[in-house]
Design a protein around this ligand. Structure first.
Ligand SMILES: NC(=O)c1ccc[n+]([C@@H]2O[C@H](COP(=O)([O-])OP(=O)(O)OC[C@H]3O[C@@H](n4cnc5c(N)ncnc54)[C@H](O)[C@@H]3O)[C@@H](O)[C@H]2O)c1
Length: 249
């Protein structure tokens, strides 16, 4: 895969936060970006931002938990452009709560977006990447997969599963020419994350991270762009922490 204007990347949950920054960054690298989000206004807005900066982007309003819809939408992309070079499984919806308070619908909803949608996305792009003999996938892990915290039982379960799925898929898909890696964002105060983390907690986190600040969506986008680039041609099954040193502190 090269960073030519020919390459096409799909980024899920690209309407805001880390997904938005990733879509913008990949467009700067020359990818045509399919901006997937369930929020039509945000998907349109981000695709417009990219085009205004001279990049190539199209919005796609899609619920990535709907396996049939994902397959149909991504097949449409292949029909239109003949390729999918990169997939970033970024979309998320989450709740923090005490372990004993999670009811079935909450758990089902978090598993659907956090785990099953990642699998549906990979299933939908692997045949095209296999036919091309090349492709790259980045999944979004989290420090929560490795470290517990108050209320994070189900989110940690989700990200633990995504992490295992990533390393397993790297082994299974590597021989087909498809690299699968995960990024582990540190503390990134996005619109979504701010619904669960107070300003005071963010201030304390920033002070305790070895690099003495919280991260930005652009920090994470740079890591994802690297993992999708030819510079990472021999990187497969890697979990890249972009966290200011949090996990090793
Ligand atoms: N922000 C952090 O501190 C942090 C830390 C570690 C890992 N992560 C991971 O990074 C990723 C992005 O996090 P964020 O903070 O930018 O999230 P966010 O909540 O700000 O954005 C998530 C996006 O996903 C979209 N989305 C939700 N459900 C969807 C669905 N069913 N179909 C399509 N789109 C859907 C939302 O509309 C939204 O645009 C997530 O996987 C998250 O777990 C974030």
């Amino acid at each position: 895969m090269s960073e030519s204007a020919e390459c096409l990347a799909i980024v899920t949950g690209a309407g805001r936060g880390i997904g938005r920054a990733t879509a913008l960054r990949l467009a700067e690298d020359g990818f045509r970006v399919i901006v997937v989000d369930r929020d039509p206004g945000n998907a349109d807005h981000v695709a417009g931002e990219i085009r205004n900066h001279g990049g190539m982007a199209e919005p796609r309003v899609l619920d990535v938990t709907d396996r049939a819809a994902v397959r149909k939408e991504y097949a449409g992309v292949v029909e239109q452009y003949g390729r999918i070079d990169a997939l970033v499984n970024n979309a998320i919806w989450l709740k923090y709560a005490p372990l004993v308070d999670f009811d079935e619908s909450l758990v089902d909803g978090m598993f659907a977006i956090g785990i099953k949608a990642v699998l549906w996305g990979m299933q939908a792009v692997v045949p095209t990447m296999t036919a091309a003999g090349v492709g790259a996938i980045v999944n979004l892990s989290s420090p929560a997969a490795f470290r517990g915290g108050p209320g994070t039982s189900v989110y940690s379960t989700v990200k633990g599963a995504v992490t295992s799925l990533t390393t397993q898929a790297a082994v299974e898909l590597g021989p087909l020419g498809i690299r699968v890696n995960a990024i582990i964002p540190g503390s990134i105060p996005t619109e979504g994350a701010r619904q669960h983390v107070s300003n005071a907690t963010y201030a304390a986190r920033g002070d305790s991270v070895p690099l003495r600040r919280n991260g930005t969506p652009e920090d994470i986008a740079d890591g994802i762009a690297y993992l999708l680039s030819p510079r990472a041609a021999y990187v497969n099954g890697h979990l890249l922490a972009v966290d200011g040193g949090y996990l090793v502190s």
